[in-house]
Design a protein around this ligand. Structure first.
Ligand code: AMP
Length: 395
């Protein structure tokens, strides 16, 4: 974006203003709008005129229009930008072309929800072309939707040459930090992978095995691995159909010189619940009626040692059912270890929904190097996939 001349130019910017609204349709958390402000201010300071587009929620085309109108965002957006924001109740068509034609240098126009058109999620070219026709320059600052080949996030970029499109600051930070860990990681590189299911993390593990020196596996997904090596896991989460694959991943990691650590002990529970009776046991001898809901103290120690000796760390997925206090210790202890390693000079990236809420809950979001805002998008990036929204700008 820094190489583009915005002076006297109309700029179509795709942001992620998909914020929560209450019953009265007031914004209850404006974080996503706040995060886009630096990019928007920069373009205005450079003499640009802004045409801002976003999706909001998952409206069913034409039936949910009142509820999901971006008009509900206008006042919050205007207050945060400290500037008048104009609104037009469509995102393509004559009414929008007229509103755009009436803009003066430095004006800000917010378009209606792009998902009011099914063509948006279809990435439909004609709709994308209409969006593109509104502006001289296209900027994408919506990393959270960069893994979707939608019209306003991807296809629209095809109608701008490489000198007239770019990433906003948010998107740029996400992409460069993601690429840094994937292609430029200082060794030892440790990936911490947790969460509920192995099936959700297979591609992530396959990609990381080839890159990381260590992978620490926690959370519910660890038990499929433990069972695959002959462990007794009681009623812990297990995906039996993935036992073979778990074995293969362990073998493949060995071949590639990537060390996989499974939790030596677990906090096991009598039932799945906040008030369950608990006992700490070796992870491979969990009683038949019990289930592992957190990594135990030996695992915390072993994992923390590896983390403290690392120079690059990525973390995706909690170590246990951290929503329940009794089973949150492992996740928070790992959060503290990542923060301590960062203080020692490691680069740490927290990517993916629940590890982001865990680091926030631990109050450590400022003690790690980068917290990704794009759950699914960052997961796909770490899986080694090319994100369509990123590729469309780089082409
Ligand atoms: P994911 O979205 O795959 O990262 O999974 C996050 C969810 O996994 C959280 O809601 C956790 O409560 C859950 N989880 C983590 N560890 C376990 C476990 N040992 N047993 C059951 N669920 C777990």
């Amino acid at each position: 974006m820094k190489h583009i001349n915005f002076d006297n130019k109309k700029v179509l910017i795709r942001v992620d203003f998909n914020v929560p609204l209450d019953d009265q349709l007031h914004v209850t958390d404006s974080t996503r709008i706040e995060k886009a402000i630096p990019t928007l201010k920069y373009i205005l300071e450079q003499g640009g005129t802004l045409i801002v587009c976003t999706h909001l929620g998952r409206p069913k085309p034409s039936t949910d229009n009142a509820k999901y109108s971006t008009m509900h965002l206008k006042d919050t957006f205007s207050a945060l930008l400290r500037k008048e924001v104009k609104f037009v109740n469509d995102c393509v068509g004559d009414v929008v072309s007229s509103a755009v034609a009436a803009l003066k240098k430095g004006d800000v126009l917010l378009l209606e929800n792009t998902r009011f058109y099914k063509e948006e999620t279809e990435g439909e070219p004609e709709f994308s072309k209409q969006l593109a026709s509104l502006a001289d320059i296209y900027i994408n600052d919506a990393f959270g939707t960069a893994h979707r080949a939608h019209a306003s996030t991807t296809t629209v970029a095809n109608y701008f040459d490489k000198y007239h499109k770019g990433f906003g600051f948010l998107m740029d930070a996400e992409v460069s930090n993601g690429l840094k860990v994937l292609h430029d990681a200082e060794s030892p590189f440790t990936a911490i992978v947790g969460g509920a299911k192995v099936s959700d993390k297979i591609q992530l593990l396959e990609n990381l095995i080839a890159k990381a020196d260590n992978i620490l596996i926690g959370g519910g997904m660890a038990y499929t691995f433990i069972k695959s090596t002959g462990g007794e896991i009681g009623k812990s989460l297990c995906e039996n159909e993935f036992l073979e694959l778990a074995k293969e991943i362990l073998a493949k990691a060995g071949d590639k010189g990537c060390k996989i650590y499974l939790p030596e002990d677990s906090v096991s529970a009598s039932v799945f619940g906040a008030d369950a009776e608990t006992k700490v046991v070796p992870s491979n001898t969990i009683s038949p009626e019990w289930m592992g809901l957190d990594i135990g103290p030996l695992a915390v120690d072993a994992f923390s040692k590896v983390i403290m000796a690392s120079k690059t760390i990525i973390w995706n997925g909690p170590m246990g059912v951290f929503e329940f206090e009794k089973f949150s210790n492992g996740t928070f202890a790992i959060a503290h270890a990542v923060a301590a390693a960062t203080k020692n000079g490691a680069f740490s990236l927290i990517g993916g929904g629940d590890s982001v809420s865990a680091i926030n809950k631990a109050g450590l979001e400022d003690s790690v190097s980068f917290v990704s805002t794009g759950g699914g998008a960052m997961l796909e990036m770490l899986e080694g996939k090319i994100l369509p929204g990123v590729a469309a700008i780089q082409e």
